[in-house]
Structures are given as structure tokens and as C-alpha cells.
Design a protein around this ligand. Structure first.
Ligand SMILES: Nc1nc2c(ncn2[C@@H]2O[C@H](COP(=O)(O)OP(=O)(O)OP(=O)(O)O)[C@@H](O)[C@H]2O)c(=O)[nH]1
Length: 338
């Protein structure tokens, strides 16, 4: 059976003997390959870097820098990559072959080399090179899949927001960073009001679309680069606002209420309003050694419960309540309705 033809290679032939170099080049060209010729180690190295050949045929004995030197330089110049290098030499001692392989060669042929042997060696090297490129492709695909997997494992499939697991990790990180910088940190837990009624009236598909809409509005409201929004559970959302004091948290909450009012997505089954609304629990602190993810979430959840029980479509904060009690008649006005 005839061997399947190889795709043509770009072969660099480095040999100081003009006649042998040209003979070899002619053999290779006759087989359809492209040939680059060089007459010394240093020039071979230059051409290697410039033309990036698929394979190098390297004479061992050359005046000045020999083939071993050239092979070592080529290997060093292509760190992380691999171009097959075959030595050609009239020296036939085991020690010569050993030295060739040690200096970075992949094979060692003793002259004179028959055309058949030369082509067989080229085929073998080409096969290895193909396998190498396939391995590189596979490792690229693997890297891309891992990146995608890691992204998906942090993302909520319905809304594209961060999921609860990623959010908890982020909160942990932001607590540590706010504590180190003595900066205020605000955590907000939100819940869509009467969402069961929404689903019951319009169905789950419309319910899902409503959650996507809510996510989009919250994403819009998170203006600062380090603000982050997550879907925390079914119809529950969570936000971290780093570097945000109580006053900033209140401004943020007002903006959320306004955004939902302006968006005015109809809610046919809500006692809170004619449109889809949120209730929210806010907690703000400058974290210290006793601040934990669980503690902050519990405090925000308690505040959310308060907002719900006070009539929904509002935000509540224990810290603001304390402030407001102290300044009952100040510009903050109502206790919990922002
Ligand atoms: N369509 C849809 N519904 C969901 C999803 N996750 C949770 N829900 C629904 O959200 C509803 C939440 O209902 P409840 O916990 O009673 O709360 P609620 O009706 O919003 O009432 P309040 O929170 O007290 O205002 C349930 O009917 C859940 O089935 C989801 O991914 N898609």
C-alpha cells in the first residue's frame, strides 16, 4: 500500500558543505517540501528564528559553532514549543549519537543517508509534530472549558447574576477588605413582593421573565464598579455596596424604589402596588473582628422581615432606625419608608 502523502514541510537545512547541502535540498524539493538553506550554525539559528521552519536538518561538523551548539540555541529560543531537529553526520560512534540527543536533537542519521530513510524520518517527525499540535489544541480547549465551567459555577442560570455561592465568597472578601481599610460596607437583601401571586396569576414562564427583569433593574442600579448584585434564592436578591455608609445605602434604596416605580411592570396580584415591587433589608457597618458573613446576612434578613411586615415596597435598616429615633423630626422623616 502506498503511504499517504505528507503535507509539504518547510525544512531548514544547515550544512557548511555547499554540495551536500544542495543535494539534500534537491531531494527535499523533489518530494514537494520547501527548503531554506544555511551554511553555518549562527546563520542557521538566525533563519530558525526568522522563518520558523517545521523541521531542521542539522550538520554536526561545521567550522566555528557546530551543530550541537546550534541545536542547543534553537531549543532555548523556542521555549515551550518544539521543532523537530535531525542531525546529519559522518561520525557513527554511539557517543556521537548520545551527544546529539543530549544537545536537543530528536534523531541522528549517519551519512550517506538514503532517500527512503530520509523520507521515513521526515514522516515520523511530522507525525509527532501533528500529535503535538493536537495536544496543544486539546489543552487550549480544556483551558477554555475550565474557564467556562468556573464562570457557570458562579452564575445564576436564569438571570446571569452571580449565584449565592459566589456571592457569599465575595461578601467574605469585602468584609475583610472593609475591615482592613476601616471603610463602611452595606449589604442589602431584597425580595420580590407577592411573587407567589404573580406566578399564580401569570404562570411560571412569565414569573421567570419577571425575575430576569428584576435582575436587569438591579444590575442597572449597581453603578459603582465594586457594587455587586446576586440572585440569592428563588425571588430573593442580594447586593454588596462596598465603601457605602448609611446615607449612601438610603440613596441607593431610594434609587431602587424609583427604578421599579418607573419601570412599572404590572403586577396583577399584589397588595403592595399595581407594579412589581421589592422589599429590602439593609445593614451597614464598618466591619471588625466579630463581623461574619452569617451575622451580616442574618441582620439584613431581619431588616427585610421588618420591611415586609411594615407593608412591603420599602427598605428597612436597623441602623437607620436607630439614627431616625435619635433624629425623629430630622430630614429623614419616616422611620422605615424611604
Ligand atoms: N417563576 C419562578 N418562580 C419562582 C422561582 N423561584 C421561586 N419562585 C416562586 O416565588 C414564590 C415565593 O413565594 P413566597 O415565599 O410565598 O413569597 P411572596 O409570594 O413573594 O410573598 P412576600 O415575599 O411575602 O411578598 C413562590 O411561589 C415560588 O414558587 C423561579 O425561579 N421562577
Amino acid at each position: 500500500m502506498l503511504p499517504t502523502p505528507l503535507p509539504p514541510l518547510r525544512v531548514l537545512v544547515v550544512d557548511d558543505q555547499r554540495s551536500t547541502r544542495q543535494l539534500l535540498a534537491a531531494q527535499l524539493r523533489a518530494a514537494g517540501h520547501t527548503v531554506l538553506e544555511s551554511d553555518s550554525g549562527p546563520d542557521g539559528l538566525l533563519q530558525f528564528g526568522r522563518h520558523k521552519p517545521d523541521l531542521v536538518l542539522l550538520d554536526v561538523e561545521m567550522p566555528g559553532e557546530d551543530g550541537y551548539w546550534a541545536a542547543r540555541q534553537m531549543r532555548a529560543a523556542e521555549a515551550g514549543d518544539w521543532t523537530p531537529i535531525i542531525f546529519l553526520s559522518s561520525r557513527d560512534q554511539d557517543q556521537d549519537l548520545w551527544q546529539g540527543i543530549e544537545s536537543g536533537g530528536d534523531d541522528y542519521l549517519v551519512r550517506p543517508v538514503s532517500t527512503t530513510v530520509l523520507h521515513a524520518k521526515l514522516r515520523a517527525m511530522q507525525r509527532l509534530r501533528r500529535m503535538q499540535s493536537r495536544l496543544l489544541e486539546l489543552s487550549d480547549e480544556l483551558r477554555a472549558s475550565n474557564e467556562q465551567l468556573s464562570r457557570l459555577s458562579q452564575e445564576d442560570a436564569l438571570t446571569g447574576l452571580m449565584n449565592r455561592r459566589a456571592f457569599d465568597a465575595r461578601l467574605q472578601h469585602e468584609i475583610a477588605s472593609a475591615r482592613r481599610d476601616l471603610q463602611p460596607l452595606t449589604l442589602v437583601l431584597c425580595d420580590v413582593d407577592h411573587f407567589k401571586g404573580y406566578n399564580d396569576s401569570l404562570g411560571h414562564v412569565e414569573g421567570d421573565s419577571c425575575l430576569q427583569h428584576v435582575a436587569q433593574l438591579l444590575r442597572q442600579t449597581c453603578r459603582r464598579p465594586r457594587d455587586c448584585a446576586a440572585r440569592y434564592g428563588g425571588e430573593e436578591f442580594a447586593l454588596i455596596l462596598p465603601g457605602t455608609p448609611r446615607s449612601g445605602a438610603m440613596t441607593f434604596a431610594r434609587a431602587v424604589l424609583r427604578t421599579f416605580a418607573l419601570s412599572a411592570r404590572p403586577h396583577p396580584n399584589s397588595a403592595a402596588a399595581a407594579h412589581v415591587t421589592l422589599s429590602g433589608g439593609i445593614t451597614t457597618c464598618v466591619p471588625d473582628a466579630g463581623t461574619t458573613v452569617e451575622g451580616l446576612l442574618q441582620r439584613a434578613d431581619d431588616a427585610l422581615y421588618n420591611a415586609k411586615s411594615r407593608g412591603r415596597n420599602r427598605f428597612f435598616s436597623f441602623e437607620m432606625q436607630m439614627d431616625t429615633l435619635e433624629q425623629r423630626h430630622s430630614s429623614w422623616g419616616g422611620l422605615d419608608k424611604i
